[in-house]
Design a protein around this ligand. Structure first.
Ligand SMILES: Cc1cc2nc3c(=O)[nH]c(=O)nc-3n(C[C@H](O)[C@H](O)[C@H](O)COP(=O)(O)O)c2cc1C
Length: 427
């Protein structure tokens, strides 16, 4: 886990010297009409929520502040009350609260937790609801943006990293803290991110396009398991992360998503219609069931190419046979059967290859009548199965359409949806 932290963050740190930071396009009153719930945790960086609150209200946002009990050791509610123009919410059981947790949950366009402590991140990741902030987060469908700030050892602790990962896998945006001198005087990862970074995330979350609101998107993900006997199966290394990222991104952009997934360790994106399958045959049945209604079909699953010709009804005993030969037959070619059923669907396939990437992807695109194919080289450690990042070459009927450089899978998902949207036109 420590490696995950250092790779991702060191790359980001060094890249920051060479890559100009995108300046968010902030216009006056850009956040007018937006209701933001600002949760403040018990971090030494709690005072940094003050200039952030000022920036948000200057841009026209209506901000209500919720402080944890620990946060009140660092800063007084009066400061936030004065700057936000609203009483500060601190107590789930306050006699005058009138179910504030539900009102805030329902009316928020964004919940921003800044700074977020290791403790808050752990509680959110585990769905705990033992104070006002954690309760309203569970009750809300609003996007959640977490801005961590903590000691470097705390941030790099495997349990904190695991919690961050859990949140990221369930549509929550968690910013990486920055590298530098910490309150303890140590140097490390854990510093409250810059105001520009936070503002840029807030603005992109609040101004996210809903350009998929009229689309019904069918997405497949993960591997399939082909049974040898009741205990054993043949599978592949797909983690399902790319398909999950696509389902989350499409849902955030307003699509009605049907998500058909093989066995993975990931939690399905919340509010997405998820169908869990195990075998290629089951995947085919579900895809065919939902294909007609779909307007966009993205087949990101790594469906097994072979299945057992005969699956043993009982567990094979190793003492009964020293050598075991399995006879395999081809699984149904799900993608290949869709072109003939097409009634206007835009169909996207994936080609995970270890050699002749472009040739193989082009062949697949043409043979299966796809509109677009995302080809990626799975021999590279950063783009292979299970990795959090990916790089790909996108092809359509005109040839190479886009070369997507190495980036986190959730960013690639956005990029792929942009490319599809562009080809769908304004329908
Ligand atoms: C002086 C001081 C500074 C602290 N700063 C942080 C911090 O920056 N980040 C963090 O995760 N915890 C920090 N803590 C620990 C939290 O305050 C503690 O875990 C608390 O339970 C968090 O409560 P909350 O998550 O409900 O706000 C600090 C504690 C003290 C005494």
């Amino acid at each position: 886990m420590a490696d995950i932290v250092s790779d991702r963050q060191h790359n980001a740190y060094f890249a920051s010297f060479f890559t100009p930071r995108p300046t968010p396009r902030v216009t006056q009153k850009q956040l007018f009409g937006k209701h933001i719930v600002l949760g403040v945790g018990g971090s030494i960086a709690a005072y940094k929520a003050i200039p952030l609150l000022r920036r948000l209200t200057d841009l026209g946002a209506d901000v209500e502040v919720v402080m944890t009990a620990s946060a009140r050791h660092f800063i007084t509610p009066l400061t936030f009350q004065t700057l936000s123009g609203h009483p500060v919410h601190t107590d789930l059981f306050a006699s005058n609260s009138n179910m504030a947790h539900l009102r805030l949950a329902e009316t928020a366009d964004l919940i921003l937790v800044s700074p977020a402590t290791a403790n808050l991140i752990g509680r959110f990741a585990h769905g705990l609801a033992d104070d006002l902030l954690s309760t309203l987060i569970l009750a809300s469908h609003a996007p959640l943006l977490i801005v961590p700030a903590m000691d470097g050892d705390m941030w790099q602790h495997p349990r904190v990293q695991q919690n961050v990962q859990t949140l990221r896998e369930t549509s929550v945006e968690v910013l990486d803290p920055e590298f530098g001198t910490l309150a303890s005087g140590h140097v490390g990862w854990g510093r409250f991110p810059s105001e520009e970074t936070i503002m840029s995330s807030i603005i992109s979350l609040l101004t996210m396009p809903s350009d998929y609101h009229s689309e019904v998107v069918l997405i497949t993900a993960g591997p399939t398991h082909e049974a040898i006997d009741p205990v054993r199966y043949i599978a592949n290394r797909s983690s399902g992360k790319m398909g999950h990222a696509l389902a989350q991104a499409a849902q955030k952009r307003g699509a009605k998503v049907t998500f058909i997934t093989g066995p993975t360790s990931l939690t399905p994106p919340p509010s997405v219609h998820t169908i869990s399958i195990s075998t290629a045959k089951e995947m085919q049945n579900e895809v065919h069931k939902h294909f007609e209604r779909a307007t966009v079909v993205i087949m990101a699953a790594a469906v097994a190419d072979y299945q057992l010709t005969h699956t043993a009804a009982t567990k094979l005993k190793k003492h009964e046979q020293k050598h075991l030969s399995l006879t395999l037959s081809l699984t149904p070619d799900i993608l290949g059967t869709l072109a003939s059923k097409k009634t206007g669907q835009f169909i996207v396939g994936f080609a995970a290859e270890t050699e002749s990437l472009i040739e193989e992807a082009t062949r697949k695109l043409q043979e299966k009548g796809l509109d677009m194919i995302i080809a990626n080289d799975v021999t590279q450690p950063d783009t292979g199965f299970g990795s959090d990042t990916n790089a790909a070459i996108v092809l359509d009927m005109h040839g190479i359409a886009e070369n997507i450089p190495l980036m986190p899978k959730h960013e690639m998902a956005t990029k792929i949806l942009d490319l599809i949207r562009h080809r769908l036109g304004n329908r």
